[in-house]
Design a protein around this ligand. Sequence first.
Ligand SMILES: Cc1cc2nc3c(=O)[nH]c(=O)nc-3n(C[C@H](O)[C@H](O)[C@H](O)COP(=O)(O)OP(=O)(O)OC[C@H]3O[C@@H](n4cnc5c(N)ncnc54)[C@H](O)[C@@H]3O)c2cc1C
Length: 184
Amino acid sequence: MRELLRQRLGKGATDAVEAFKEKGADFVIADSLDDLFAGMRRLAPDVELDVQAIKHELEARDRELDNTFTKDAQVTALRGARTYRGDKLIRVAKPHKILDEKHRPLIAVKLHVLTRKSLGGIQTDLSSRVLNAAGKPIAGLYAVGEAAGFGGGGVHGYRSLEGTFLGGCLFTGMQAGRAIAGAL
Ligand SMILES: Cc1cc2nc3c(=O)[nH]c(=O)nc-3n(C[C@H](O)[C@H](O)[C@H](O)COP(=O)(O)OP(=O)(O)OC[C@H]3O[C@@H](n4cnc5c(N)ncnc54)[C@H](O)[C@@H]3O)c2cc1C
């Protein structure tokens, strides 16, 4: 509990974020925008960097912090989250201008895009047996978890909540295991 309070209520970023800043292979830390761009270029020399467009977006976003009635969805969400005291204290940092020199360093993170959930997959029956185009089980072929559409979607439908995916993956794995054991 003391550790949680130290991390969350203390000044600055959490230890994990500091470790990423120090050791993260995909992190660029800089005290000026030009140095940040230079670091980003070193990290991803093949990616074209539209410096003017990035500056334009940063300045436009920072301008919205002066606007009490902003329609900027992210700034509005940050302000909204901070109306709940729990989030204000430990979860959502006070928004500030990204280019404000009092809040350096600037941080850029190289992203690696991945597929997080399939919301669909190989069609199976309740024993995880793969069905053919005619809806009949293909002998000896089973599909479970993400491959069978249970990483999201699946039993929960398109509006499945975050955190409900592993359950369906484990459940379909168990069903397949039981069906295979029964078939042997
Ligand atoms: C960033 C992230 C956060 C998530 N957070 C949550 C969460 O908070 N709660 C939740 O419930 N779910 C979460 N999920 C979803 C959940 O983790 C996945 O739906 C689940 O792990 C899928 O399990 P799986 O066994 O079906 O597939 P996977 O875990 O993808 O396993 C498939 C395995 O097959 C291996 N493989 C692939 N091809 C081959 C091959 N040709 N030969 C041999 N092996 C192969 C892969 O290496 C992998 O190990 C998250 C997913 C991601 C990506």
